[in-house]
Design a protein around this ligand. Structure first.
Ligand SMILES: Cc1ncc(COP(=O)(O)O)c(C=O)c1O
Length: 397
């Protein structure tokens, strides 16, 4: 059967690789398994969500508008304006914002829109931070681009070194996926860093896509955003799009609701492409999403709960495994010496399931895999479970 040969170049999804690693291993302990491998929020979303869904229950019969209802787009524009202190009217709900069925869909689809067959007569490049959210790499591959991996290691404070990207690479670049706060390391790109990345996108004429999915889960200061950096630079949102989601902000991963915002030309093309290949978001879900973007109280509670979880992590693990308190997001990125063998030991001897860091990164251009020494832990469980988990980890590793 003829299939797209690019499929063969897609790497294993990390959770499939994890199953292969652990499936034949039975924990030797009787403790209840604790699953920290998956970044899935464990808090319940606020009552506002089911209440709004119920109030709009008569709308399931209708085809929803592809780009989002005017009400949802306005709620998103209002939130962006408040959150990033943008000028009133800087975000036009019609021109700058589109609703998505979760950001995963949007991150993937974007590459098929902005990666040309050739750039300056050569194969195009998609820049991907390394480690990465797997979708960036998959999207680059399926768009027929060369993914160029930018290692984000302890040496460069876990953010790709922009100044080190060769000019020749930048000239071929069609798209740069940047993640801040970064999954898995939790690093936050500063406003200056974002400005520098935007400058490169404009100088070399590529699209900068900043995945800001974890922007509302932070330890101290709110992470700056790329639209905020655009405002500081002038020239509108040219060459820039950002992605936001309710999955982490409102613990509503099952709602499948997020958005893309930014450069109006890109947004217009994107809306056109979504008419063919995007998923409409049902009207009751759009109504619930609008209510969630308008509400901050539940987000503050959520953030405070994550801070308490990281207090527990810090008390248990500070001084070991290269522990640091991530500035954003809800993952711990621990240096375990060898991530895969630590994952095996933790499952076998403590029934704690984590993700080997190497599964969300890769060895590129003769360099070693920057995730290879690490394990990634989602710090999402209730406090008693986390106490138990960290005690087991400290005992076994
Ligand atoms: C970095 C990053 N981006 C995007 C997503 C996708 O989120 P969603 O599709 O739920 O909005 C995730 C989900 O885990 C993620 O970790």
């Amino acid at each position: 059967m003829p299939l797209n040969p690019l499929l063969d170049t897609l790497s294993d999804y990390p959770f499939a690789a994890l199953r292969t690693l652990l499936n034949s291993v039975t924990p030797r302990v009787n403790d209840a398994p604790i699953l920290m491998s998956l970044g899935e929020p464990q808090h319940q979303p606020p009552p506002l969500l089911p209440e709004t869904l119920a109030a709009h229950a008569h709308e399931w019969n209708k085809y929803p508008p592809m780009g989002g209802t005017p009400e949802l787009r306005e709620a998103i524009a209002g939130w962006l304006t408040r959150r990033y202190k943008l000028a009133d009217g800087a975000v036009d709900p019609e021109r700058h914002v589109l609703s998505l069925a979760g950001t995963k869909e949007g991150l993937y689809l974007l590459s098929s829109m902005v990666v040309p067959r050739r750039k300056r007569g050569r194969r195009p490049i998609v820049l991907v931070p390394n480690p990465y959210y797997l979708v960036y790499n998959g999207a680059a591959t399926m768009a027929g681009a060369d993914a160029v991996f930018l290692d984000a290691t302890r040496e460069n404070d876990f953010m790709p070194d922009l100044a080190a990207i060769p000019r020749d690479t930048l000239e071929r670049t069609a798209l740069f996926y940047l993640c801040s706060p970064a999954n898995p390391q939790g690093t936050i790109a500063s406003l200056d860093y974002l400005k520098q990345a935007i400058g490169l996108a404009r100088d070399y004429d590529f699209v900068l896509a900043v995945d800001e999915c974890y922007a509302e889960i932070y330890d101290r200061a709110p992470p700056p955003g790329a639209l905020e950096a655009c405002t500081a630079l002038g020239d509108g949102f040219k060459n820039v799009v950002v992605f936001h989601s309710l999955s982490k902000r409102s613990s509503a991963a099952g709602l499948r609701s997020g958005f893309i915002a930014g450069d109006p030309e890109l947004i217009a093309q994107y809306a056109h492409l979504r008419d063919y290949g995007g998923c409409q978001v049902p009207l009751p879900i759009q109504a619930a999403a609008a209510a969630l973007w308008r509400d901050e109280a539940h987000v503050e509670e959520n953030r405070a709960a994550y801070r308490r979880k990281f207090d527990i992590a810090e008390a248990a693990l500070a001084g070991r495994f290269g522990f640091y308190r991530p500035a954003g997001g809800f993952f711990l990125w621990l240096d375990a010496g060898d991530g895969e063998s630590a994952t095996l030991r933790l499952w076998r001897d403590a029934a704690v399931r984590v993700l080997p860091g190497g599964y969300t990164a890769r060895a590129a251009d003769g360099r070693s895999n920057p995730g290879q020494r690490y394990i990634r832990l989602a710090v999402v469980h209730d406090e008693a479970t986390l106490d138990d988990a960290f005690a087991r980890i400290a005992r076994v590793l």
